[in-house]
Design a protein around this ligand. Structure first.
Ligand SMILES: Nc1ncnc2c1ncn2[C@@H]1O[C@H](COP(=O)(O)OP(=O)(O)OP(=O)(O)O)[C@@H](O)[C@H]1O
Ligand code: SF4
Ligand SMILES: [Mg+2]
Length: 334
């Protein structure tokens, strides 16, 4: 790629030490145990785009998100946002300046909103912390503006978080993220706790804000249906790796990886025209002792000896031997 993307995630890895305490290990004669939560993940996000990461629980999505925003140091690999490295000794001063422009939205807005503060104070906090406005009247105006922007009333600022519904609280969390004039927002399951109809309203709001403000999103969900109308590009994660990455439309029309097809089979409203249905069952294996070769092999109807031996590389946007060998037919994208 010649033009540098706004967000670049390069071969990101994160290992957690999940060993028992030393004494237990000695008594039970156990080795230290390590869990590869993220195992070589790479993707780019262009400015104004939405990149979605999708996968079942435990696939490493939140760990990627935390490394991207600089909350968690990677074990290897790196993240660059607008040319600034998010970890390491270089760029510390630039990173500090970049912080304001990156915000995160979580699944449970209630946990991230201070229950003892009124909403106007919650939203004003980043404005004060980053010294964006000094004058109280200006700050009050700006908070009212932000509340209106997310579909609430300026008077709602006088209330406390518990006086709002789940969807309204997520609107407050979005207003707070925008208060610092953020341009890149990492959304970790932002609507998973909400009713379907409320989910749609929040997703519409986020898309609308993206259009108006030119926001860039990293959008995380376990549900492909949710990212369908949000994502420009989608990365499908399984046990710490991206197994398929492609344009949002393409992924739905011509999914390649057996795991992607399995996830799509669980999405009720997707037209399944002409593609092989793949009945895959089973659970995600223990990530401390992942299967050898392709980690999806115990659940995959196409698995053979090579699959159990060799980790498939991500080639042409898909990490699957059967696809690379032409053992699986892929419907052409319409
Ligand atoms: N601090 C930690 N210490 C040890 N293991 C961790 C830690 N954080 C995450 N893990 C493990 O790393 C793996 C990936 O977790 P992660 O939370 O990133 O998954 P996820 O895709 O976000 O799942 P979910 O959909 O449930 O949120 C899991 O096996 C998890 O148990
Ligand atoms: S590499 Fe083999 S086991 Fe893995 S998804 Fe492809 S066919 Fe299935
Ligand atoms: Mg998570």
């Amino acid at each position: 790629m010649t033009e540098r993307s706004y967000v670049q995630v390069d071969n990101l890895r994160r290992v957690f030490d999940v060993s028992k305490p030393w004494l237990n290990r000695m008594l039970e004669r156990e080795e230290k145990q390590f869990l590869k939560a993220v195992d070589g993940v790479s993707f780019d996000i262009a400015k104004g785009e939405t990149f979605a990461l999708v996968g079942e629980s435990g696939s490493g999505k939140s760990t990627v998100a935390r490394m991207v925003v600089g909350l968690l140091p990677p074990s290897a690999g790196g993240v660059t946002i607008d040319g600034v490295a998010m970890a390491g000794r270089t760029d510390a001063a630039q990173r500090q300046r970049l912080r304001r422009r990156i915000q995160m939205i979580f699944q449970d807005p209630y946990a991230s909103l201070n229950p003892r503060w009124r909403v106007d104070r919650i939203i004003a906090e980043p404005i004060r912390a980053f010294g964006l406005l000094e004058d109280d009247a200006q700050i009050r105006n700006r908070v009212g503006e932000l509340l209106t922007l997310v579909g609430l009333h300026p008077d709602d600022g006088r209330k406390f978080p518990h006086e709002f519904s789940g969807g309204q609280r997520q609107r407050i969390a979005i207003a707070r993220a925008l208060a610092s004039n953020a341009e890149f927002i990492v959304c970790d399951e932002p609507t998973s706790a909400l009713d379907v109809s409320v989910q749609a309203q929040i997703l519409n709001l986020m898309r609308d804000l993206q259009d108006r403000l030119g926001l860039t999103y990293l959008f995380i969900s376990h549900n492909l249906a949710v990212v369908r109308h949000m994502a420009t590009r989608i990365g499908v994660m399984y046990l710490g790796r991206i197994v398929e990455i492609s344009g949002g439309r393409e992924l739905f029309l011509a999914p390649k990886h057996p795991y992607t097809r399995m996830l799509l089979d669980a999405v009720p409203d997707v037209g399944m025209s002409g593609r092989q249905r793949i009945p895959v069952k089973g659970e995600i294996p223990n990530p401390i002792h992942p299967p050898s070769g392709c980690t999806f092999n115990p659940r995959c109807p196409f698995a053979n000896d090579r699959c159990r031996r060799e980790i498939p590389p991500l080639l042409g946007g898909v990490a699957c031997h059967a696809v690379h060998e032409g053992r699986i037919t892929i419907p052409a994208a319409a």
